[in-house]
Design a protein around this ligand. Structure first.
Ligand SMILES: Cc1ncc(COP(=O)(O)O)c(C=O)c1O
Length: 398
């Protein structure tokens, strides 16, 4: 089938890359050991701090988010260390896999993929570890497989109540630049992020934002490391350089994306995402479909995962939508494969793009014969522009 117009990329990352970012990347490659690059690197490393809401250092790697996970672990832990993780969905599962492969002893608290991390469980597990054998608590802030956001401030408070010494590591891959995230205030030791979601840059860059405590721990952590080593990176970053050839043109893109975020202002970015999340949920509810996220306090602002009714394959629905309307929606992952689809509403996005996205879903539900009620799009429009809203004043008559 031939498609005209623009493809709708509504998976929850990688997200739409703004034209400004694409143009910034289409620049001639420069010398990564020259003065122009040193200025660029200093600018982006500094510019990432307010995004993480930290005053500490941010490391930038030429890798996808998974690389930054590995970096976080090998820089802070020693062989065989015990770590505490929570089953929130596919991405906590993958994080666990990295820890298993690196030989850590993982205590994995089971979950149903519909709820976030229970702070009470953090408190109970750490409280029961009088010898402080657990070296790190590792949680996913925004579970991209389920559209569930965990309360990191609450997790940190639970850790404080136990006076436990474990580090707190948080995966903010699908929340950074979309959902309020406060590395310093929440006393997170390592935050893991990637370029391809709220930051609106193609995949290929990843980040570790680190605390003083994580940097101190790094000096005695015994996991073998070379490529991911923070100390080597710190030494060279001080002068605007990297221990290896950096992803120069992605960094050009990142500089532009940071400008875009700065122009909108982070609080407005968070409000926009929250508003789009709310409108999407209004549509889902009006369709009579079920949100994967069970607890309204944990609804994600960057994506919504939706169950298809029993006996209706979510992948068939996605296929029909792709073929007929040229829109990509996120697949159900792992345990949710075929049972749910995911609507990404993050990154470079606006009201009309959301309206188009939800129209595509509603038309797809009809074509696929998925039982639903009409009116989802209307409910979303009502949420975006309530009928009770004050009308714009009419221009004065001439
Ligand atoms: C929450 C979360 N963690 C980890 C990952 C894995 O990151 P990557 O695919 O960039 O390696 C993703 C990717 O979508 C994610 O959404």
């Amino acid at each position: 089938m031939t498609h005209t117009g623009r493809h709708f990329l509504q998976i929850p990352g990688p997200t739409n890359v703004p034209d400004r970012v694409l143009r910034a990347m289409a620049s001639p490659v420069i010398d990564h050991r020259g003065p122009e690059f040193a200025k660029l690197a200093a600018e982006v490393l500094e510019g990432m701090r307010p995004i993480f809401q930290t005053k500490g250092p941010v490391f930038l790697f030429p890798s996808s988010g998974s690389g930054a996970w590995e970096a976080a672990m090998v820089n802070t832990l020693s062989p065989g260390d015990r770590v505490l993780m929570f089953e929130t969905g596919q991405f906590s599962q993958l994080w666990r896999q990295v820890a298993d492969r690196l030989g850590f002893q993982v205590e994995y608290v089971p979950g149903n993929w519909r709820r976030g991390v229970a702070a009470a469980e953090v408190e109970a597990r750490l409280g029961g570890d009088a010898q402080h054998t657990i070296k790190s608590v590792m949680v996913v802030h925004n579970e991209t497989s389920s559209g569930v956001t965990s309360d990191i401030a609450e997790v940190r408070r639970a850790m404080h109540r136990t006076r436990h010494s474990a580090l707190l590591m948080v995966d903010a891959i699908s929340s950074l630049g979309s959902i309020d995230y406060r590395h310093d205030e929440w006393e997170v030791d390592v935050t893991i992020a990637g370029s391809q979601k709220g930051l609106m840059v193609p995949p290929g860059l990843s980040f570790n934002a680190v605390s003083e405590k994580a940097l101190t721990t790094n000096k005695t952590a015994r996991m073998p490391r070379s490529y991911w080593d923070w100390q080597e990176m710190l030494k060279l970053n001080r002068h605007g350089f990297f221990p290896y050839t950096p992803a120069i043109n992605l960094i050009f893109g990142l500089r532009e994306a940071l400008l875009i975020l700065q122009e909108e202002g982070l609080p407005n970015v968070f409000r926009r995402h929250a508003r789009h999340g709310e409108a999407t949920r209004a549509a889902v509810e009006a369709w009579g479909l079920e949100n994967v996220c069970e607890d309204p306090r944990e609804f994600s602002s960057s994506l919504t995962a939706v169950f298809t009714p029993e006996g209706h394959d979510a992948d068939r629905l996605r296929k029909i939508i792709l073929e007929n309307f040229d829109m990509s929606l996120g697949a159900g992952l792992g345990k949710l494969a075929g049972r749910a689809f995911r609507i990404g509403h993050l990154g470079s996005f606006n009201d009309l793009m959301l309206a188009g996205t939800l129209c595509g879903v509603e038309m797809g539900l009809r074509l696929a014969g998925v039982p639903h009620r009409d009116g989802g799009v209307a409910a979303a429009l009502d949420s975006l522009a309530p009928a009770s809203a004050k009308p714009e004043p009419a221009p004065a008559a001439r």
